[in-house]
Write a protein of this length. Structure first.
Lengths: 354, 518
């Protein structure tokens, strides 16, 4: 047991290292083409990659995924697998637009989005913790409820699956720094992007340095140990799941306000971002920073994919280009191998039970 | 002497059961007190009352002279009573320090942040004070069971315990770790701590305790000083009748070889040679014992012989037929029975009832099927026969395996395997975690098989067991058979050295035909 776990850790670490190395090498090769043969296909790809707008759309696409992933980390680390992140994003995306529309303030709308998502997460928490429902089924229910409820509410209030427009956040631009090539995108972004970075740092700190974070980890690994140490496991799990609602709420609200409108057609504007978030935190091994990095990988591929579609760089059909991020996700997950799930994730816990 | 704990007239009733019946227990401060009894005698219930997990139906709990009412473990901890459970309550991926301070972390910065430097410092001081060799920064999953147990003890001490209850602390330890634990207990009592440890092992109670209280069927049978009582007297107190600890038996009359293992090599998951060129032979009508510290290749050897893992080199001949690559099913059909070391993992399906569990391994046999479907009537009769013959309690074939005590689970597994009428039995730790009454019973059965001319390969880390049951005793160390000795004449010291990989002088070795050599 002892050695196995050490080997697992090594294997997954080397898998991650391998991916990073391959990505870096590819980048170097592309950069070579970009510098010496800018007109060639790889050269063009490099300049797409290196453009400021690619980074800025990567960041924009990352916001909802990263925030939902952070929420997922808290919930799952505490032992409650929250696969309803998608639903939380959907409900908060609609609620944010609706709130902004009613109050006339984007920030109040943002808050309404968070509240809606937290309420739904609260229902999920009660069903899972108090009533011991299967977490996967309850999570799917959260998704399906939101998937039905948000477009329905839009239909009621706006007469169609799409809401009216409410405007978007103004970008915050840091003078001078914003002019740096490529990285300037970091200093010329929506407030949501800064919120995302702050949330990553705060989540890391809470999980790794505070007593609450330690209890969250213990609740997900061996709740009985936490219980016998005199800490109420259910309470820790409630707080963690509610936090996943708050964080996902910020993500969904930011997503909608970024566009200025909620569109509820088909899979809605969220379109699987909640599920990608699950992949992102698994790939990031439940580390908030890891989740951020893996999300930027996926979001970056998505951004490039969009550019490729419009740029006619690659001589392949657009529908194939669109599959790039998903293929990348599969390849990456296959290479990473095992991510170690918290021991008690998915298990109910009741104090005093054998 | 001051009394650390005094339980007076404790009765604990559960619906339909009286777990403790008017039990008195007085424990002197600064001593080790063993609570001895068979499985189900009410030892753990009594300690759960002291620890606040259960409220007594009647009776009072007095700690350090004051009568207390504990409504939860938290209350008990606050009064300095700590309990180390049989299954450790540790968070594997966390460090030793994080586990010890969990729930009581020293804090800084408005109480939100863990003061990691101070926690580490406190743990180091505590560990040094009691002479524990524990690295505060090691992860629990990277340290051995013995260290994990010390972390559990430190956890209780960190919370200010001065009465420590240990529930079956030796069940998971190797003989060496048991000795380490006893040294730790001595150090703790020297510093004024009081220890109560629950056990069903006579030898350990006599070795480590100052006083022994024996429980039987929920009642206190008596409290005796450990120094002036014999094993036989204790065993009789526990079981309520005379127990034959030493088997009286006929010398072996080994017949033809049933199992012949040649130059067997088995690599483990990591490519390490767990079994490194072992050759051995088990004959009809003899018990070949394999002694060794756990983890020296016993599991891999057993898995190769029983067909759970393919060997990398070597041959396994059974009844004159090369069965090296035979499947598990073919080996069962050839009459090879297997008592696995972990009954809950491999021996039983815990959520199946005994009827279904009794079928396991026989699901293809003609007797148990009719027209391609399972014959449940026959299967039920079979399970009921095992239950009756092996005295499995409760005698209910519809009970789920998980509802049985460990000893009864083990009796059922042994019964099922022996009911196959095997020609070879591979018994891996057949009495691990089993009380003395069931142990005697299982030993009897193994002897009966031997007398019926069957071959038995017995693997156990319990030296008493392998010495008393085996006709020849092989010692395994790092995947090799160091020596095959005469179990009747070898001393425990010599065995200890062999198990540590050394070759002591003048070991009474023994040849395959049972003739002793010097």
């Amino acid at each position: 047991m002892t050695n196995d776990s050490a080997i697992d850790r090594l294997q997954s670490a080397s898998g991650r290292l391998f991916i990073a190395a391959v990505a870096f090498l590819t980048l170097v090769v592309l950069a070579g083409f970009g510098l010496f043969a800018p007109a060639s296909t790889p050269g063009q790809i490099f300049w797409v990659l290196a453009s400021k707008s690619t980074l800025s759309s990567t960041l924009r696409l990352s916001v909802p995924i990263v925030l939902a992933a952070l929420g997922g980390i808290f919930a799952e680390k505490s032992g409650v697998i929250n696969i309803g992140l998608e639903g939380l994003l959907i409900i908060s995306a609609f609620a944010a637009i609706f709130g902004a529309d009613v109050t006339g303030s984007l920030w109040l709308g943002f808050l309404v989005g968070i509240v809606a998502s937290t309420l739904l997460a609260g229902v999920f928490a009660i069903v899972c913790i108090e009533f011991r429902a299967d977490q996967i089924i309850a999570g799917l229910a959260v998704w399906l409820i939101a998937l039905g409820l948000a477009p329905f509410a839009s239909q009621v209030f706006y007469g169609g699956p799409n809401t009216s427009s409410v405007g978007t956040f103004d970008t915050i631009t840091v003078p001078a720094l914003a002019d740096i090539p490529f990285f300037g995108a970091l200093f010329d972004a929506s407030p949501a992007v800064y919120i995302m970075f702050a949330a990553v740092a705060a989540s890391w700190y809470v999980l790794n340095r505070t007593t609450f974070g330690r209890w969250v980890r213990a609740a997900g690994e061996n709740p009985k140990a936490l219980d016998t140490a005199g800490v109420d496991v259910s309470r820790v799990r409630y707080v963690a799941v509610l936090l996943s609602g708050v964080l996902s709420g910020m993500g969904g609200a930011a997503l909608a306000i970024n566009i200025g409108q909620f569109s509820g057609n088909g899979p809605t504007m969220v379109n699987g971002k909640g599920f990608i978030a699950i992949v992102a935190y698994l790939f990031g091994n439940y580390n908030p920073v890891g989740a951020l990095l893996s999300t930027t990988l996926f979001a970056g591929l998505e951004a490039i994919q969009i550019r490729f579609q419009s740029g006619d760089i690659l001589a392949i059909p657009n529908s194939l280009v669109q599959t790039i991020p998903f293929i990348a996700v599969i390849v990456v997950l296959a290479l990473v191998g095992k991510t170690r799930l918290p021991e008690a994730a998915g298990d109910h816990y009741e104090s005093g039970e054998e | 002497m001051e009394q650390a704990v005094h339980l007076d007239g404790i009765t604990k009733r559960f619906p339909g059961v009286v777990a403790n019946d008017d039990v008195d227990l007085a424990v002197e401060k600064g001593t080790v007190h063993a609570l001895l009894g068979e499985n189900g005698a009410g030892k753990t219930t009594l300690m759960n009352v002291l620890y606040g997990l259960y409220q007594p139906t009647e009776g009072t709990v007095t700690v350090h002279g004051d009568e207390k009412q504990f409504h939860s473990p938290r209350d008990a901890i606050d009064e300095g009573v700590g309990m180390i459970h049989q299954h450790f309550m540790l968070v594997d991926p966390m460090t030793v320090t994080e586990n010890i301070t969990l729930g009581n972390e020293p804090r800084k910065w408005l109480g939100l942040t863990v003061d990691r430097e101070q926690s580490r410092q406190q743990v180091r001081e505590l560990s040094e004070r009691y002479g524990f060799d524990v690295d505060p920064d090691a992860r629990i999953e990277d340290v051995g069971v013995g260290v994990q147990q010390r972390v559990e003890i430190l956890k209780a001490l960190y919370r200010g315990a001065d009465v420590l209850i240990l529930d079956e602390p030796t069940a998971v330890l190797t003989p060496q770790e048991v000795q380490d634990l006893f040294r730790v207990l001595e150090e703790l009592t020297d510093q004024g701590k009081t220890i109560i440890f629950i056990t069903h092992k006579l030898g350990e109670a006599m070795e480590a305790a100052d006083e022994i209280t024996v429980l039987r069927e929920g009642k206190n049978v008596g409290t005796v000083p450990a120094d002036d009582i014999t094993r036989e007297e204790l065993a009789e107190m526990m079981v309520g009748r005379e127990v034959l600890l030493d088997l009286d038996r006929e010398p072996a009359e080994p017949g033809r070889p049933v199992l012949d293992v040649e130059d067997l090599v088995v690599e483990d998951d990591r490519g390490v040679r767990a079994v490194d060129g072992i050759s051995l032979e088990v004959r009809a009508g003899e018990v070949l014992g394999i002694a060794g510290v756990d983890g020296n290749g016993q599991s891999e050897l057993v898995e190769a012989i029983t067909g759970l893992q393919l060997p990398d080199e070597g041959t396994i001949t059974y009844d004159g037929v090369d069965r090296t690559t035979d499947s598990r099913r073919e080996r069962i059909e050839a009459g090879m029975a297997y008592i696995p070391e972990d009954r809950q993992e491999r021996g039983l399906v815990m959520d199946f009832d005994l009827v279904e569990n009794g079928l396991l391994g026989s699901q293809h046999a003609a007797d148990y099927t009719s027209n391609g479907r399972i014959d449940w009537d026959y299967t039920r009769d079979h399970a009921e026969e095992i239950i009756e013959e092996y005295d499995v309690r409760p005698p209910n074939a519809d009970a789920h395996a998980k509802s049985l005590s460990g000893g009864n689970q083990q009796k059922f597994v042994v019964g099922r395997e022996f009911a196959r009428d095997p020609r070879l039995v591979v018994a891996s730790h057949p009495t691990r975690g089993v009380d003395v009454g069931s142990m005697e019973f299982i030993h009897d059965r193994i002897n009966a098989l031997r007398e019926a001319g069957r071959a038995v390969l017995l693997i156990s880390s319990n030296l008493d067991e392998v010495q008393s049951l085996s006709d020849r005793l092989a010692v395994i160390y790092e995947g090799e058979i160091i020596d095959i000795v005469d179990p009747e004449r070898v001393t425990e010291e010599q065995l200890g050295l062999l198990m540590a990989g050394q070759q002591p002088d003048a070991v009474p070795t023994i040849a395959a035909d049972g003739e002793g050599q010097q």
